[in-house]
Design a protein around this ligand. Structure first.
Ligand SMILES: Cc1cc2nc3c(=O)[nH]c(=O)nc-3n(C[C@H](O)[C@H](O)[C@H](O)COP(=O)(O)OP(=O)(O)OC[C@H]3O[C@@H](n4cnc5c(N)ncnc54)[C@H](O)[C@@H]3O)c2cc1C
Length: 385
């Protein structure tokens, strides 16, 4: 058993952990990132080729000031990486009038002056002919939104963190931790590490390490499908936007992306579609064990009716983790009993776009005990009120 000492240990090097390792290493901190699987894998929340980045936030306007900062950090990351990572396609929103999605988008856009185009049926027919366009629906376009490739982002942050001195170890599952006498001790199967501070960014596995969140977080399987379209030329990112589409039959929205070029992310090519609502509660280690035919039925039905030209065949069906908090808002804070412990979890299926800022905030919380960013609404204290 070897024993190694660090300033900060980050548990879980996925979306938030990779960005956090980078933020800490950039500030000259001796950081250790421990990841239970290989770096960039399909067993958590960061796989699947694409993540939307949008600012007219239907979930709540309180997220918009954080998004303003995050957009700037995406540009910084592109500059450091020397590569385009944020692909601006715009996001098309559709749904019945007075729908929660559309009302939320309009509220945030209005409050924070975010560009938003209101499209009539004729505009839609011209610009987005692939979608079915019911007469009584409302259509919006957020032109400055787009997507990033999560696998590429996690890899970039790890590479940058390592280049600034971080140690990031793969296949090191943290099995236990303690915080006693100003020292945090972390045990994996083979090694014991110590540090002054610890940060948990363990996604859908968080509750195992932080039992106080057991009743607040639920890990769920989300099913996603890739479709080979009838006419691929209509579905390239020049012609087809990212979208969120609520139908009159179901409460939540379907979402999707244009066809992405081969060689990006996991290398799949096709139109990726999912349904943004809580999936089946699971043990995260059983993520891939499910009935693909049964659990993809609803998505296939949506495609046949609302984007019929996009559905020639189903290329593949995969699964990914959403970790829902009780209210769908993130948990981002210092532990209420252990001041050396910070945590970020409960991203409830909409966290990836914030990863660069979450990394900065966690570094602030861990090193300074506070942050200037407006995150009071993300404290788990809200569940104790
Ligand atoms: C299908 C799908 C579509 C999505 N679409 C969007 C979108 O369009 N826009 C958006 O903003 N967000 C989206 N999200 C949500 C977003 O991807 C997540 O909110 C985000 O990835 C969560 O990051 P995380 O760091 O918490 O989890 P992860 O990226 O899963 O990272 C957690 C890491 O911790 C590791 N870990 C856990 N336990 C241990 C342990 N004991 N020891 C060591 N390592 C451990 C895990 O292996 C994992 O690598 C989507 C999610 C899914 C599943």
């Amino acid at each position: 058993m070897s024993n190694q000492h660090f300033d900060v240990i980050v548990v879980g090097v996925g979306s938030m952990g990779a960005a956090t390792c980078f933020s800490l290493a950039s500030r000259g901190v001796k950081v250790l990132g421990l990841e239970q699987f290989g770096l960039v894998h399909e067993n958590g929340s960061h796989a699947g080729q694409s993540r939307m980045v949008r600012k007219a936030y239907f979930e709540h306007p309180d997220y918009v000031p954080l998004l303003e900062k995050t957009y700037a950090l995406w540009s910084d990351l592109e500059e450091m990486a020397g590569k385009k990572l944020f692909h601006k396609t715009g996001i098309f929103y559709a749904g019945p009038k007075k729908n929660e999605l559309l009302e939320g988008v309009k509220l945030s856009a209005q409050k924070y002056d975010i560009p938003l185009e209101h499209l009539n049926e004729k505009d839609c027919a011209k610009r987005f002919p692939s979608f079915k366009r019911p007469h009584d629906y409302e259509y919006l376009l957020e032109p400055d939104a787009g997507y990033v490739i999560p696998e590429e982002v996690v890899k970039r942050y790890c590479d940058l963190a390592i280049s600034k001195g971080a140690t990031i170890l793969e296949n090191q599952r943290v099995e236990s931790w303690t915080d006693v006498d100003q020292t945090v001790t972390v045990k994996t199967r083979t090694t014991t590490y110590t540090a002054k501070k610890i940060i948990f960014t363990a996604g859908g596995f968080t509750q195992r390490l932080l039992p106080f969140l057991n009743t607040r977080l639920v890990t769920r399987r989300q099913v996603i499908c890739w479709f080979q379209p009838k006419n691929p030329a209509w579905f390239t990112s020049e012609k087809f936007p990212c979208f969120l589409y609520t139908t009159q039959d179901l409460p939540a929205s379907f979402y999707g992306f244009p066809m992405l070029p081969l060689g990006n992310g996991s290398g799949l090519m096709g139109i990726k579609i999912g349904y943004h609502a809580p999936g089946v509660a699971i043990d995260p280690y059983e993520l891939h064990n499910f009935d693909r035919e049964k659990e993809s039925k609803m998505i296939k039905e949506f495609m046949s009716v609302y984007i019929p030209e996009g559905f020639q065949t189903v290329q593949t069906v995969k699964s990914c983790i959403y970790t829902y908090s009780d209210d769908g808002d993130f948990i981002l804070e210092n532990h209420h009993e252990h001041k050396n412990v910070s945590l970020a979890c409960g991203f409830s299926g909409h966290g990836f776009k914030f990863a660069p800022l979450v990394g900065e905030i966690l570094a602030d919380l861990s090193l300074e005990g506070k942050t200037d960013n407006p995150i009071d609404f993300l404290s788990s204290e809200r569940f104790r009120m």
